[in-house]
Design a protein around this ligand. Structure first.
Ligand code: ATP
Ligand code: MG
Length: 418
């Protein structure tokens, strides 16, 4: 991508009403646009980043047997009335709207009900189980607090997976697989070391659910970390003595930290299959309710978390696996046709070698280009200037460490192919 053609521009200031660091940086770098409080549009660089995150999640969900679908954002009240969750006192984040010819619709804030209802048409026998179904879907939630930028928005994409098992034992096997897949997702996204599997309350259906909490001062949650195991406990269950018996965690040595919930996994049991009539016939011919679980991750919240955690005073610092492009090729031609030609050729060669490159071919001062490059935060900056060309060695700057090395053109192409 040539930066001169990119329609988004960097800006010095974020909107005055934007208080979250993640949104401030993402807006300044042109990754997102703030439509209104708690509502953000993704622009080319932001969308590519979000897609990279989404693809990591998709790969890991497919690896544990997930089958992808795309359900609807518009929701039929009658399905939700069966579980009591159409009620605004039960679910306080509904956005609801009216049909022209009468009747109401909801904008989906989660999808247990419609998927469970849908699965009644697909599951009838024990031979149809287990099944794992997931989607990336826009959720709408009338959040009261919208001060965390893209980490808590009123319209956001969620990856939600639902498991359908014959019984608790079969469910538990998958639940552990899903937990391991989550750990891999957060590791691949560059926040593995600071993300803790956290015991949270499980409602009335299982003793505990699990959150994946990333330690960060911008977090809205408080967790208690056991450094010996890397596990954590959230506030809701901190005073529950049973959690210490179950896990062997020593309450006395816990370390308190602020954290961001980047994902969570839930045992639902038959909470939804009972009211929606999702049953199967077991091997003995008996009708049995399907045993369910749900597994959520917000790719946008994950993206915001990466910005919060890994940025520095100059801007964002993207890990290679999620960066919108791997290289920022910065031309310092400033009217010098030879330098311009060299940079154009190198851009073509790197692209041909399979690298993703943002090519700053704009007619601007070096200082401005470097500041923009730091703000955008791609992993590797390649500087094309007269001196480097003459020496046959171009400067390569690693964004994360600021380390400067030099590479010949051939070495750069090899590096791009790696
Ligand atoms: P929170 O307690 O932070 O409101 P939640 O318990 O409502 O989260 P879930 O309903 O379990 O979250 O949603 C699953 C995942 O979706 C969360 O772990 C988070 O990554 C993401 N998520 C939830 N709410 C939002 C939001 N408003 N904006 C962006 N992502 C969200
Ligand atoms: Mg919530």
């Amino acid at each position: 991508m040539r930066q001169s053609a990119l329609f988004t521009k960097t800006r010095r200031e974020a909107p005055a009403d934007e208080v979250a660091k993640n949104a401030q940086l993402l807006i300044r770098a042109g990754f997102v646009h703030k439509e209104m409080a708690g509502v953000y549009a993704y622009l080319p660089l932001g969308l590519q980043t979000l897609e990279n995150i989404t693809n990591i999640i998709r790969e890991e969900m497919n690896a544990i047997g997930g089958q992808e679908v795309f359900l609807t954002a518009l929701q039929d009240p009658s399905v939700w009335q069966k579980t009591g969750r159409w009620n605004d006192e039960v679910v306080d984040v509904w956005f609801k709207t009216k049909l022209k010819n009468g009747g109401e619709l909801g904008l989906g804030n989660t999808h247990e009900e419609p998927l469970t209802a849908l699965m009644t048409e697909q599951i009838s026998s024990y031979k149809d189980l287990p099944r794992y179904v997931y989607q990336f879907q826009t959720k709408f939630r009338n959040e009261t607090r919208a001060k965390s930028g893209i980490m808590r928005s009123r319209e956001f994409i969620m990856k939600d997976l639902y498991s359908f098992s014959k019984d608790e034992a079969e469910h538990n096997l998958f639940y552990e697989k899903a937990a391991a897949a989550y750990a891999r997702i957060f590791a691949r996204a560059g926040i593995g070391e600071t993300t803790h599997k956290t015991f949270a309350s499980g409602g009335s259906f299982s003793k505990y659910s699990h959150e994946f909490q990333t330690v960060c001062d911008a977090g809205e949650d408080v967790i208690y970390i056991d450094d010996a195991t890397g596990l954590a406990i959230n506030k809701e269950v901190y005073d529950d003595e049973e959690v210490y018996k179950t896990t062997g965690i020593n309450k006395a040595t816990l370390r308190e930290a602020k954290a961001i919930e980047v994902g969570n996994i839930f045992t639902l049991s038959t909470k939804f299959s009972d009211p929606l009539g999702l049953t199967y016939t077991d091997a003995e011919g008996k009708r049995t309710p399907v045993f369910m679980g749900s597994y959520g991750i917000g790719p946008g919240r994950l993206m915001g978390t990466i910005v919060e955690l890994l940025s520095d005073e100059k801007g964002m610092v993207w890990p290679e696996a999620v960066a919108p492009m791997r290289f920022h090729l910065v031309s310092l031609a400033q009217g010098d046709a030879t330098v311009q030609q060299y940079a154009d050729d190198l851009y073509d060669a790197l692209t041909k070698a399979g690298a993703s490159v943002l090519y700053d071919d704009r007619d601007a001062r070096a200082g401005e280009k470097f500041a923009d490059s730091d703000l955008i935060g791609l992993p590797w900056r390649i500087v094309v200037g007269k001196k480097g060309i003459e020496a046959g060695a171009l400067e390569v700057v690693e964004r994360k460490t600021g380390t400067v090395t030099t590479k010949t053109r051939a070495e750069l192409i090899a590096f791009a192919q790696a």
